[in-house]
Design a protein around this ligand. Structure first.
Ligand SMILES: Nc1nc2c(c(=O)[nH]1)N[C@H]1C(S)=C(S)[C@@H](COP(=O)(O)OP(=O)(O)OC[C@H]3O[C@@H](n4cnc5c(N)ncnc54)[C@H](O)[C@@H]3O)O[C@H]1N2
Ligand code: MOO
Length: 399
């Protein structure tokens, strides 16, 4: 009697994502200089160490004036002057540059455009307080401005610097080592007959970074059980992404190697199209293995299904809020599995872009999201998985 070689236990698509996320806890907190914190997640709220602005500052180039005009111009103060300007008495003015310290006693800054200068006298109409940015008016010292869990994107780094920070407490970014399998793969040029150009190696680093993690190198191994076992023993990363070898073929050694190493394999097979052979495992020492199917679009789907939620959790990112749109186009649902369909968003609608065979990244490359089409869907609103654009979204500011 024949023997079934591979008994798949398929996990639902939503459940697979939840399981991958919940298998991890955020990595420890480290203090990183601003220049190295980009893309990491704040482990504590961001607090203003100094008020913004830090002193009463001119918002325009012109004259700081005290009391009613005309005024006698007593000197000039520019941003960065090492000596604070002397205070003004009523009837005094001081020429001032944008960003300079406003002299004590000044009631407003009169922009050059509204001033009439004659010798050492200046006149013009002003309203009290105009064009002076008062110390702390944008943000007082001690104020919490961003919540823990905010991604330290470029704007957050600029804000942190404005508020006096040199470094930030962030969760250590998970490292992801990539292992490519497949003796047919080539890494450059036009593939010869029987060869396939590696499309996953160039795609993964951006996906890994967008999820809040760091790529930790890429290795290629032969389709060989010992090479696979050796690759799984690498200890320089918390997560291993193994590309190809997830399925049941004679050259697919991932599952066998995991079993030999006594890994737990909570997910092998996800009810989605493409990407159903994807795999999630935990090695005895706690490192994670995500198996991405070899077909490149299937690998992208699997990366967004299992890898991104896992990395987001390790990186300390909160679960992103669901995004939905009305799917508007000729899409046929699968009867049992969730379909992932590349779409572009126009207003509240999502339009399929096509070219979405498992082996082709063409459609996904021109899309801004994958629509999540549940089994049996007959029309209407669907969830969207945004494709990374390189600008991680921050949480809203605290009120
Ligand atoms: N008996 C079964 N066979 C297959 C099943 C199944 O359920 N039962 N599933 C099919 C599906 S769906 C997929 S997807 C693939 C997944 O296979 P593997 O993860 O084992 O990947 P490979 O067999 O190595 O490769 C599949 C395909 O992808 C190409 N490939 C591999 N790596 C890359 C890369 N880095 N860049 C570009 N293309 C790559 C490879 O040449 C193959 O054409 O299994 C099916 N079979
Ligand atoms: O994962 Mo496969 O068809 O679903 O490419």
């Amino acid at each position: 009697m024949g023997v079934r070689q591979h008994e798949a236990t398929t996990t639902g698509w939503h459940q697979a994502r939840r399981q991958a996320r919940e298998a991890a806890v955020p990595l420890p907190v480290v203090h990183l200089p601003l220049g190295r914190a980009a893309g990491a997640t704040l482990a504590e709220p961001l607090v203003a160490l100094s008020p913004l602005p830090a002193y009463d500052a001119a918002a325009m180039d012109g004259y700081a004036v005290a009391g009613p005009g005309p005024w006698r111009v007593t000197g000039r103060v520019l941003a960065g002057d090492p000596v604070l300007p002397p205070s003004l008495s009523p009837g005094d003015a001081m020429e001032i540059g944008t960003g300079a310290v406003v002299p004590a006693g000044a009631e407003a800054v009169l922009p050059y455009e509204q001033a009439v200068r004659s010798g050492r006298t200046v006149t013009g109409a002003f309203s009290p307080g105009r064009h002076i940015r008062r110390r702390g008016e944008d943000c007082p010292a001690g104020r919490q401005v961003l919540a823990a869990g905010t991604v330290a994107g470029p704007v957050v780094l600029g804000l942190a610097a404005s508020l006096g920070h040199d470094s930030l407490p962030v969760h250590r970014r998970p490292r992801v080592a990539t292992v490519l399998t497949g003796s047919e793969l080539c890494g450059s040029g036009i593939p010869a007959a029987g060869q396939v150009r590696d499309a996953i190696g160039p795609m993964l680093p951006g996906l890994i970074r967008a999820a809040g993690a760091e790529p930790a190198g890429l290795s290629r191994i032969a389709d060989d059980p010992d090479a696979m076992t050796g690759a799984l023993l690498r200890r320089d990363a918390e997560v291993l992404a193994v590309c190809g070898a997830t399925s049941a073929g004679a050259a697919d050694h991932l599952r066998g190697a995991l079993d030999r190493l006594a890994a737990r394999v909570p997910i092998h097979g996800v009810a989605c199209r493409p990407g159903h052979p994807q795999l999630f495992a935990v090695l005895p020492d706690g490192r994670f293995v995500v198996g991405l199917p070899g077909n490149p679009f299937a690998a992208l789907v699997a990366a967004l299904t299992l890898l991104t939620p896992l990395l987001g959790r390790l990186a300390g990112r909160p679960e992103p809020p669901p995004v939905t749109a009305v799917l508007d186009g000729p899409v046929t649902a699968h009867d049992r599995d969730t379909r992932l369909v590349p779409v572009t968003r126009i207003g509240a609608a999502a339009l399929p872009v096509g070219h979405d065979r498992p082996g082709s990244l063409w459609g996904a490359a021109g899309a801004d999201a994958l629509a999540v089409v549940p089994p049996g869907w007959t029309g209407g609103e669907v969830e969207l998985l945004p494709l990374p654009s390189g600008t991680p979204m921050a949480l809203p500011a605290l009120s």
